[in-house]
Design a protein around this ligand. Structure first.
Ligand SMILES: Cc1ncc(COP(=O)(O)O)c(C=O)c1O
Length: 312
């Protein structure tokens, strides 16, 4: 995702120029990873909206809620409330005017004192917006991606809180991703501390097997993905049996279909894992159905029947 050179950034309550949204090297979050963030997407839709561009943000309230939850989990007392954070996101999107965009709110401990104790470092917030297209590339939608099971595991539940979208957790994600890319895969799948399936470096995992849809439960060190929630809603709407549960690794190798979900990844099929083809080695029929149903709603091609979109 390329960074713009000219864009407005919401920084502690003000819209400032991209180049002016700076922090000091003594910023607590740089030293101790005391930050949490969100990733949202805005799509150019056929719907109206005040900008006339029809940009709609997907699951704005769910993302704002998760940001506030991440702050609570991570001891980051935020001086902006739900409505103000929501408005900050909308104001930043309006100020930049990108049709399709990725939105990154960030809450972090700023510059106040050196030392692990964060109490003397102020809690700051910023929102950046960049233009954005497909995450894995458009061919991945149809062809699927190649994944491997990572040698890196997700954090054990008594180490780092994976329910928080905390920067600290992304050092683990980075290792999963770099190891996978270094070995010629698109991304890795991490196991949890007990060896059950967890998630990808930045996406939740779904397995279609025995006519049911399986996804790891919150107890398997996952981030509770907003897109995961959308897909669970759609699957139930289709009348599918859905299980949020512990899943052994070998389910991957007998699966009919595997896919990953995320704000950036949307619904992306997995064509192989550890070089073993999944199903027919291409996007499976249920993945395609869920993918199309999800994309049709977020792109505004059909009615927003679940109330996921907020027009900018
Ligand atoms: C580790 C991790 N898991 C899952 C997800 C998917 O979450 P969401 O659907 O809310 O984007 C993400 C994406 O942000 C992620 O970073």
């Amino acid at each position: 995702m390329k960074l713009p050179t000219q864009a407005k950034v919401w920084h502690n309550g003000e819209l400032v120029e991209w180049r002016d949204a700076q922090v000091h090297v003594a910023t607590h979050a740089l030293h101790y990873a005391t930050s949490v963030f969100e990733g949202l997407r805005g799509y150019a839709t056929a719907h109206g909206g005040t900008t006339g561009r029809g940009t709609a943000i997907v699951q704005l309230d769910a993302h704002v809620k998760r940001l506030l939850d991440s702050c609570r989990i991570s001891e980051l007392p935020l001086r902006w409330d739900f409505a103000q954070v929501r408005e900050a996101v909308l104001a930043t999107v309006r100020a930049n005017g990108f049709k399709s965009c990725y939105i990154r709110p960030l809450v972090f401990r700023g510059c106040g004192a050196l030392g692990v104790d964060p109490s003397n470092s102020p809690v700051e917030m910023s929102v950046i917006v960049i233009e954005h297209g497909a995450h894995f590339g458009p061919e991945a939608y149809a062809r699927g991606i190649a994944m491997c099971v990572s040698s890196w595991r997700r954090m054990a539940p008594d180490t780092l809180p994976t329910m928080a979208k905390a920067a600290a957790n992304y050092l683990n994600s980075m290792h999963i991703l770099l190891e996978a890319r270094g070995n010629g895969f698109d991304d890795g799948i991490a196991l949890d501390h007990e060896g059950y399936l967890s998630e990808g470096s930045g996406a939740n995992l779904f397995v279609v097997a025995r006519g049911k849809l399986f996804t790891p439960s919150l107890g398997s060190s996952i981030l509770e993905g907003v897109t995961r929630g959308c897909v669970l809603t759609l699957a139930r709407e289709f009348g599918l049996e859905v299980l949020e549960t512990r899943i052994p690794r070998e389910m991957l190798y007998v699966a009919d279909e595997v896919f990953v979900t995320g704000t950036a990844a949307e619904v992306t099929p997995v064509r192989s894992i550890d070089r073993k083809p999944i199903g027919a080695g291409a996007r499976g029929p249920l993945t395609e159905r869920l993918q199309q149903a999800y994309l049709a709603i977020v792109r505004g091609e059909v009615a927003d029947r679940h109330g996921w979109l907020t027009l900018v």
